[in-house]
Design a binder for this molecule. Structure first.
Ligand SMILES: Cc1cc2nc3c(=O)[nH]c(=O)nc-3n(C[C@H](O)[C@H](O)[C@H](O)COP(=O)(O)O)c2cc1C
Length: 396
């Protein structure tokens, strides 16, 4: 896809990857992704903000050639990860006079990840500016969204924020602009869940910076450019806040149907109590959908049988994902069936040991659940419902 003008002398020159189906060997990308690079033609200096995944270096080069770019003064690296900076070595060969501009931490990463000659890198400090003639860029450090070196680049006069992964989405499209977040909400939320959610504290602090500068346009490094940034910003504010919704994520796996009977009973009891249940049978679950459901949920429920003295591996995977993504749920509980000795709970709690959520005792039954087990599950649903109500009216 060809370059596109955002405003006069500011261009999108990235690449759309319609085929990509998995990111970081972890994140499903059912709608592909884009690697957004931006070119700014100042009256005195020409700047490229970020590059593209190295698999698409030639696409970026063609976009630059089509704009008759024969000289680049600075390549700004907002983030050292290869999908943003992986084409820098290639570009430095095409534009040997270019210097890379970034922060000290990113310089360290670029030299180790991409073998970039440190002498080609100019380091800047937080809030430092770069004069392009008729444009001025300001660098705003934004650590931990989602690496320690991540930063934003702010084009001051036309008020455009190049936010790197922050407010991004994995979504390939010939339309690089978004005016209506609803059109990309599933991809936008999935991106938040899988990449940003572990860093809620840092997100809150970076959102305050955005409140100060009030960008007119936000141009992330994946997915569409936000022409109306207030909606994506308020979505991040809601998701990063401590408020939870009256929703639960019920994840389970079952080999012979006993745990599944328990899951179905809990599902109907919780629903009867007015709780929205996101049910995931883990042998057929889209991990991206599971991650997205974790964003707002007030509680998390894990169900599985005891297998070889421990957890079913699929439940272990889901629990590990939860512990890694750090959702804000305030309550965790569990249930399951066993043959002779229940052993899944201890392992599950070990995996979840770093979560701050309160753990309430689960329900376990030997073999197929009987009336007593079903009653215990009904009681558990009532307990969860009471706790959800105590989370506060503002949460609902
Ligand atoms: C491969 C395998 C390993 C098992 N290992 C254990 C075990 O270590 N301890 C135990 O109490 N039950 C064990 N069981 C029995 C199951 O936990 C029991 O059948 C349970 O009811 C299965 O629940 P499900 O129908 O939800 O799969 C094992 C079953 C299978 C198939």
């Amino acid at each position: 896809m060809n370059s596109k003008e955002i405003i006069e002398n500011v261009f999108w020159v990235g690449a759309q990857d319609f085929k990509r189906r998995l990111f970081d060997s972890l994140v499903p990308t059912p709608d592909g992704t884009s690697y957004n690079a931006y070119l700014i033609k100042g009256s005195q200096k020409t700047v490229l903000i970020d590059t593209v995944d190295p698999t698409m270096s030639e696409v970026l080069l063609q976009n630059l050639v089509s704009l008759n770019i024969t000289k680049i003064d600075f390549i700004i690296s907002n983030h050292a990860e290869q999908d943003h900076s992986g084409s820098i070595p290639f570009l430095l060969r095409q534009y040997p006079e270019a210097k890379v501009v970034t922060n000290e931490k990113c310089k360290d990463q670029l030299t180790h990840l991409l073998n970039i000659n440190p002498e080609k890198i100019i380091t800047i400090k937080d809030n430092e500016t770069l004069d392009l003639g008729n444009f001025t860029l300001r660098f705003i450090f934004a650590p931990w969204v989602h690496w320690p070196e991540t930063m934003f680049t702010y084009l001051q006069e036309p008020n455009i924020l190049f936010s790197c992964d922050f407010l991004g989405s994995h979504f390939a499209s010939t339309d690089i602009f978004s005016k209506d977040l609803d059109e990309i909400l599933p991809q936008f939320k999935l991106y938040y869940a899988e990449i940003m959610m572990p860093y809620r504290a840092q997100i809150k602090s970076h959102l305050q910076k955005l409140d100060t500068i009030k960008p007119a346009i936000i141009a992330p490094s994946h997915g569409p450019i936000h022409l109306l940034p207030s909606r994506p910003i308020s979505a991040y504010k809601q998701w990063a806040s401590d408020n939870v919704k009256n929703e639960t994520v019920l994840m389970y796996v079952s080999m012979h149907g006993s745990t599944e009977k328990m899951a179905n009973h809990l599902l109907s009891e919780l629903t009867r109590q007015g709780i929205k249940v996101h049910l995931f049978e883990l042998s057929s679950t889209d991990i991206g959908k599971l991650a997205s459901a974790l964003v707002d949920a007030g509680s998390l429920i894990f169900g599985g049988p005891t297998v070889v003295n421990g957890l079913h591996p699929l439940l272990a995977y889901a629990a590990y994902l939860v512990s890694m993504l750090k959702p804000k749920a305030r309550l965790i509980t569990m249930f399951g069936s066993y043959g002779w000795a229940q052993k899944m709970q201890e392992q599950l709690l070990n995996i979840l040991s770093s979560t701050k959520a309160e753990v309430i005792p689960g329900v376990f039954c030997k073999g197929c659940p009987n009336n007593e087990s079903m009653q215990a599950l009904s009681n558990l649903a009532t307990e969860i419902s009471h706790r959800h109500k105590s989370f506060g009216q503002e949460s609902f």
